[in-house]
Design a protein around this ligand. Structure first.
Ligand code: HMH
Length: 221
């Protein structure tokens, strides 16, 4: 039997908030086909800005892994994630164009500014690698679980949104999230109580920001 890591402990402890982030009404409306396409367009435009801010956070995490990690394999996992972000930004531009959304005119909404502010605070060299990798895992895992739900058997996701869902819901992205989770668990196992507390608080902060990010797309600015 597989030993339970700290991430699994936290997922149980904070299940309702985690479900709030991964089973948000916006995601459920994609899954059941009732999605209002303007909500999707808002999400798309705002997420393009978020992903642009996510790149320097990933870069800061790569530096922390190189300096602080006890295992060299971490750098490759993070580097692989970073490499995919270039393709992701191109995809956002193409997808936005397809829906008639102009990415150069997007104004970040309050929840987006707030979430990008959290990313920026996590880029500080004072933030430990363990805390930053936990946040990075959580950010990716929420999207993986959310969008995988939309392409599961029995989902009624509109065909024109399936590609979007598959971007984060596909199996390779799922495996990547599992690799991040393993790294985070390994680091958390060796962490001090103080570091553990910081990582848990950061994890909760990511989940809250994810919920608010989805809310934004529904017009609740
Ligand atoms: C808001 N969270 C948000 N946007 C994303 N693209 C991801 C997570 C996954 O990278």
């Amino acid at each position: 039997e597989k030993k339970m890591g700290m991430i699994e402990v936290w997922l149980r402890k904070h299940r309702s908030l985690y479900n709030g982030a991964t089973r948000h009404p916006l995601i459920l409306s994609i899954r059941d086909g009732t999605i209002n396409i303007d909500c999707f367009k808002t999400w798309l435009a705002q997420d393009y800005l978020f992903v642009r801010a996510f790149v320097p956070f990933a870069a800061s995490l790569l530096i922390k892994a190189w300096k602080e990690s006890d295992e060299s394999g971490d750098v490759e996992v993070i580097l692989g994630g970073m490499a995919s972000l270039e393709d992701e930004i191109s995809w956002f531009k193409r997808e936005a164009n397809k829906w008639g959304v102009s990415v150069s005119d997007v104004v970040p909404q309050r929840a987006n500014v707030k979430y990008c502010g959290l990313l920026e605070s996590l880029m500080s060299p004072e933030v430990e690698y363990t805390v930053a990798i936990t946040a990075f895992w959580a950010i990716e895992a929420v999207y993986q679980e959310s969008f995988a739900h939309c392409i599961e058997e029995g989902s009624k996701t509109p065909p024109e949104l399936k590609e979007t869902c598959a971007r984060w819901g596909n199996e390779a992205f799922g495996n990547y999230c599992q690799s991040l989770q393993k790294i985070a668990n390994r680091r958390l196992q060796k962490a001090s109580d103080e570091e553990l507390k910081k990582a848990e608080v950061t994890f909760l902060s990511v989940l809250e920001n994810e919920v608010e990010f989805w809310n934004m797309s529904r017009g609740n600015v």
